[in-house]
Design a protein around this ligand. Structure first.
Ligand SMILES: Nc1ncnc2c1ncn2[C@@H]1O[C@H](COP(=O)(O)OP(=O)(O)OP(=O)(O)O)[C@@H](O)[C@H]1O
Ligand SMILES: [Mg+2]
Length: 342
């Protein structure tokens, strides 16, 4: 069995590796804002006192690309906040500015009402979208290594239990499956018992069962009243885990609220989905709430019986018809005009 000496030998290499991937931006400092801000700015943040973290008019440009474009929101303590959006929406850029590792072009981030200070990094846990793990050491050795970096780490047994690592403690990091690796990375993020955890697409690429298992782990962290900021492409995940969500695209927040409130705002009744073969275009033209694309029809209705009768009367082929309650995926398509570019 390899001992702690080997673990420490590996530590320098690992941190160099991690930091080279996520170099702290030397220019990263808060940008002052005028003391009087427009009253409309915090329409989302009605009770900012409850917010563990607040984002004020945040922007980040890379040349001509506006990765983040003047966004503001707050996250209530103990809640799970979801940042949703397709590839390139600006989720990672936003989260990395909030983590204090990327400098914004404009705006600022407040933690408990104050600009990010020297003690901020000790109060948060981070699971990056991509992270290197040290090679040739085991899961348990890696946990010991990371625990050694903190003054008051969480007891090892607690970390192992929370992240269900019991079965893989002696496994080399290189031999972990995708789901096991994500559990391990979550464990590293929660070792300091953080007040706020940033999880950047922790379930991307996992199979459906592994995703569900991971949701359970996030549920355990939420149960401790730890605040969670989660980015994801999976709308079902957001609907189950998140108290509030912000839907982002092209650097902007398109909508922000609880999943239920967003769905109530944008939809009534149910959605009928039907493969479309191009027939009957004339008779379908007058249908209210109908969206026709090249090969499918979507119809929003709160009088299902009537709508089905109308479709039959229009001689539409109902083979392949499905009916469902609108979900965040439907909302995303409605807001952006496209499905998620995963
Ligand atoms: N360091 C960088 N230099 C130049 N452009 C960047 C940089 N980082 C991000 N971008 C650009 O900013 C935009 C937002 O990227 P970001 O990584 O924040 O998106 P994302 O929502 O996290 O996407 P994904 O779902 O693919 O992870 C993209 O157009 C990206 O190409
Ligand atoms: Mg990203």
């Amino acid at each position: 069995m390899r001992g702690i000496v080997k673990v420490v030998e590996k530590a320098t290499g690992f941190f160099n590796n991690l930091l080279s991937m996520k170099q702290v931006d030397p220019e990263c400092k808060v940008h002052p804002l005028p003391s009087t801000l427009p009253a409309t700015l915090f329409s989302d943040t009605l009770m900012p006192m409850d917010h563990i973290v607040t984002v004020e008019r945040l922007s980040k440009s890379y040349g001509a690309v506006k990765a983040v474009d003047d966004i503001s929101f707050g996250i209530a303590e103990g809640s799970c906040f979801g940042l949703l959006g397709p590839n390139g929406a600006g989720k990672t850029t936003t989260i990395e500015i909030m983590e204090g590792i990327t400098a914004p072009s404009g705006g600022r981030v407040l933690f408990r009402g104050q600009p990010l200070g020297a003690d901020f990094k000790g109060k948060v846990g981070i699971q990056f979208q991509t992270t290197a793990l040290p090679e040739f050491i085991t899961v348990k050795e890696t946990l010991e290594l990371f625990s050694a970096f903190y003054n008051r780490p969480r007891p090892m047994e607690e970390v192992i239990r929370l992240c269900s690592l019991e079965d893989i403690l002696t496994r080399d990091n290189q031999k972990l499956s995708g789901g096991q690796r994500q559990r391990m990375l979550l464990a590293l993020a929660i070792i300091p018992k953080p007040e706020l955890v940033f999880l950047d697409e922790p379930t991307t690429g996992l199979d459906p069962q592994a995703r569900r298992n991971f949701w359970e782990l996030i549920g355990r962290i939420k149960a401790e009243r730890t605040t969670v900021l989660l980015t994801t492409h999976y709308m079902d995940e957001a609907q189950i885990l998140c108290d509030r969500v912000a839907i982002m695209d092209k650097g902007k927040i398109l909508e922000i609220d609880t999943p239920d409130a967003l769905l109530a705002k944008h939809f009534e009744g149910v959605l009928i989905h039907l493969p479309y073969d191009g027939c009957c275009a004339d008779s379908l033209a007058g249908f209210e709430g109908l969206v026709m694309s090249e090969n499918s029809i979507e119809l929003q209705t709160n009088t299902l019986d009537t709508s089905l009768k109308q479709l039959l009367a229009a001689h539409v082929n109902l083979e392949g018809l499905s009916i469902h309650k609108p979900n965040l995926e439907d909302l995303f398509i409605k807001l952006t005009g496209s499905s998620l570019r995963v």
